[in-house]
Ligand binder design. Structure first.
Ligand code: SF4
Length: 225
């Protein structure tokens, strides 16, 4: 399976202490729909015609930010439509969106429900550590947990990922216990460490997302949204 990560922008409502994009979190620029379509057409040009159908079935297109949900669902509708036109008649089957899940609202719930067979949600959820904070320093976890309940209520498929760094390494087992207790498929990743191939494959087998820097998990999962 190919995974192609599209970083659509940098703007984010959080200010995580480990975020590598902190200088850019106020930048509202995002990839224009026509640019995305051009990029998809360029990818298509690189796929041999007799491999296109297989590519469409197995490729995984991942949308990341910044926080992608700062854009309205209509933006993603337009992206997916432009993409489908670029790859017609072989639409890409597997998509995911990596989010901090603090901005879920009714509009997003409806969109995710309607796209549940095509768009998988990857939720960044650090159950240990105190790095994932709003601009005012408040931890984002409670908000994320409530929104996870909403995803479950609406049967919207998702997995979670958790960053483990030197400060939280000794609490890794706590994180695993919490995720298992909450019945969440997850992947932990120390920032900057490349995942081992077999762990990525294991994550896929379990139906979970995985990240460029992912390393370990029971279930497992990309770039912290
Ligand atoms: S949610 Fe992601 S993009 Fe936003 S501050 Fe945190 S790590 Fe950075």
């Amino acid at each position: 399976m190919y995974t192609i990560v599209f970083q659509l922008g940098f703007k984010c409502n959080l200010q995580c202490k480990y975020c590598r994009e902190r200088p850019l979190l106020n930048d509202s620029t995002k990839v224009a729909v026509d640019k995305y379509e051009s990029f998809c057409r360029a990818i298509r040009l690189g796929i041999p015609k007799n491999k296109m159908e297989q590519f469409a079935k197995t490729a995984h297109f991942m949308f990341a930010g910044g926080e992608p949900m700062m854009a309205p669902p209509s933006y993603f509708e337009s992206l997916l439509q432009a993409e489908a036109e670029a790859f017609s008649p072989f639409p890409i089957q597997n998509h995911s969106l990596q989010t901090n899940l603090t901005l879920l609202n009714k509009g997003w719930v409806e969109f995710l429900k309607s796209e549940r067979h095509r768009l998988y949600l990857g939720v960044s959820y650090d159950v240990v550590g105190d790095d994932r904070v709003f601009r005012n320093g408040r931890l984002s976890n409670d908000k994320v947990r409530r929104n996870i309940d909403t995803l479950r209520e609406h049967e919207i498929p998702f997995g979670v990922n958790c960053v483990i760094d030197s400060k939280s390494l000794e609490r890794m087992q706590d994180a695993i216990d919490i995720f298992e207790k909450e019945g969440l498929d997850f992947l932990t990743r120390p920032p900057g460490i490349e995942p081992r191939y077999e762990l990525r494959m294991e994550a896929q087998r379990k139906g979970c997302l995985y990240g460029e820097e992912a390393i370990q998990g029971r279930g497992d999962h990309p770039q912290a949204a």
